[in-house]
Design a protein around this ligand. Structure first.
Ligand code: UDP
Length: 322
C-alpha cells in the first residue's frame, strides 16, 4: 500500500484523484485550504485523511511529506477570473508554494507529480502542442499570462530539482471537465454555460466563438494521472494530458444546448465586456497526446458528447438548478 499526499486534494481534480487512488488501495492524505464539499463522501474512509491547512504551513507540509511515499502537487490558484482578479495570489501560491513543496520533497527524497497546464503553451500557433514545443505569451501588462508564467516557473523548479536527483513528473492538463468542476456560473466555460443552460438563458460565447479547446473528461485525465505516479518511464519528463478532439467554443455551446434539450440560444459578447483589458484569448489549443498514450498507456475514452451528458446530469442532480 502506497501513501500518497495530494496538495489541493479538495479541489476538482484532486478529489477525483483521491477517489481513484483509494479505489486502488492506496492510503491518501490531502492538504487543502478549501472546505470539504468535494471530498465529503470520503471522510468516513479509514485510508483517507483530510488536513485543512495551507502548503505555506511548513511544519504541517513537512510532516505530510515525511509520511508519504509520493506527492501529487495540485494546490494552485486556477481559473481565468483569478488570473485577472488576483494575480498576486496566483504568483505567490503557484511559484512560492511549489518551491516549498519541492524543497521539502527533495529533503525527504519523495517523488513529485506536478500538475501543470496547457496554458503554459500560451497562444502558440504550432498546433497540436508538443511537450518540447515553444511557449508563446503576451505582455506582462496582460494579467492573463501570470498563470502560464507561474506554472512554467513551477516546471522549471521541477527540472532544477530533478537535475540534483529528485524524481519528478510534469503533467500539462488540457481543459479537464466533469462532475464537481466549479460552482455553476463561475469558473470555466463549461460551468458558466451550464448555469445559463439550466436557466434557459443565452449562452455567452466570447468573441466570435471560433477559438478552440480540447476538452478532456475527468476520468480520462485521472487514469493518466494515476499512471504518471507509477510508470518509471515518466520520471523527468513532461506529458500532455488531454483529448485531441478539437472543438470551437461556438460548437461547444451548440452541443451543450442540444444535449440538454434546453431552450437557450447562443449570444456573442465582446471579450472586453467580460474580462476588461487584462485578458487575451488563446485561439487554438490542442495537445499532441502521443506521450500520454505511449508512456502512460492511456487513451481518452469518453467522447465530448458522453462527457458533457454525464456532466450536465450531475449538475442537474445536485439540485442547484434555479
Ligand atoms: N468563454 C466563453 N464564454 C464564457 C466563458 C469563457 O466563450 O462565458 C470562452 C473563453 O473566451 C475561452 C474558452 O471559453 O476561449 C475557455 O475558457 P475558460 O475560461 O474555460 O478556460 P481557458 O481554456 O481559456 O483557460
Amino acid at each position: 500500500m502506497r501513501r500518497v499526499l495530494i496538495t489541493g486534494g479538495a479541489g476538482f481534480l484532486g478529489s477525483h484523484l483521491a477517489d481513484a487512488l483509494l479505489a486502488r488501495g492506496d492510503e491518501v492524505a490531502i492538504l487543502d485550504t478549501a472546505g470539504d464539499l468535494k471530498v465529503r463522501h470520503l471522510l468516513g474512509n479509514s485510508r483517507f485523511r483530510y488536513v485543512r491547512d495551507s502548503i505555506f504551513n511548513r511544519e504541517i507540509l513537512e510532516g505530510l511529506i515525511t509520511w508519504c511515499d509520493v506527492v501529487y502537487h495540485l494546490a494552485a490558484v486556477v481559473g481565468v477570473e483569478h488570473y485577472v482578479g488576483d494575480p498576486y495570489q496566483v504568483l505567490n501560491v503557484n511559484v512560492n508554494g511549489t518551491q516549498s513543496v519541492l524543497t521539502l520533497a527533495f529533503k525527504a527524497q519523495k517523488k513529485v507529480i506536478f500538475s501543470s497546464t496547457s496554458e503554459v503553451y500560451g497562444k502558440s500557433s504550432s498546433v497540436p502542442f508538443r511537450e518540447d514545443g515553444d511557449r508563446v505569451l503576451g505582455s506582462t501588462r496582460i494579467d492573463r499570462w501570470c498563470y502560464s508564467t507561474s506554472k512554467a516557473v513551477g516546471e522549471h523548479f521541477c527540472f532544477a530539482f530533478h537535475k540534483i536527483g529528485l524524481p519528478v513528473v510534469v503533467l500539462r492538463y488540457f481543459n479537464v471537465y466533469g462532475p464537481r468542476l466549479d460552482r455553476m456560473d463561475v469558473g470555466r466555460v463549461i460551468t458558466i454555460f451550464l448555469g445559463q443552460l439550466l436557466r434557459g438563458e443565452p449562452l455567452t460565447v466570447i468573441g466570435d466563438g471560433r477559438q478552440t479547446r480540447s476538452f478532456t473528461y475527468v476520468d480520462d485525465a485521472i487514469r493518466a494521472t494515476v499512471a504518471a505516479g507509477l510508470k518509471e518511464e515518466a520520471v523527468g519528463g513532461i506529458i500532455n494530458i488531454g483529448s485531441d478532439k478539437e472543438v470551437s467554443i461556438k460548437e461547444l455551446a451548440e452541443l451543450m444546448i442540444a444535449l440538454s434539450g434546453s431552450t437557450s440560444s447562443v449570444t456573442f459578447v465582446p471579450q472586453k465586456s467580460i474580462y476588461g483589458d487584462s485578458y487575451e484569448d488563446i485561439p487554438r489549443r490542442v495537445p499532441d497526446n502521443s506521450r500520454m498514450r505511449e508512456i502512460l498507456g492511456v487513451t481518452p475514452q469518453i467522447s465530448l458528447e458522453d462527457g458533457l451528458r454525464r456532466t450536465i446530469e450531475w449538475f442537474r442532480a445536485q439540485g442547484i438548478e434555479p
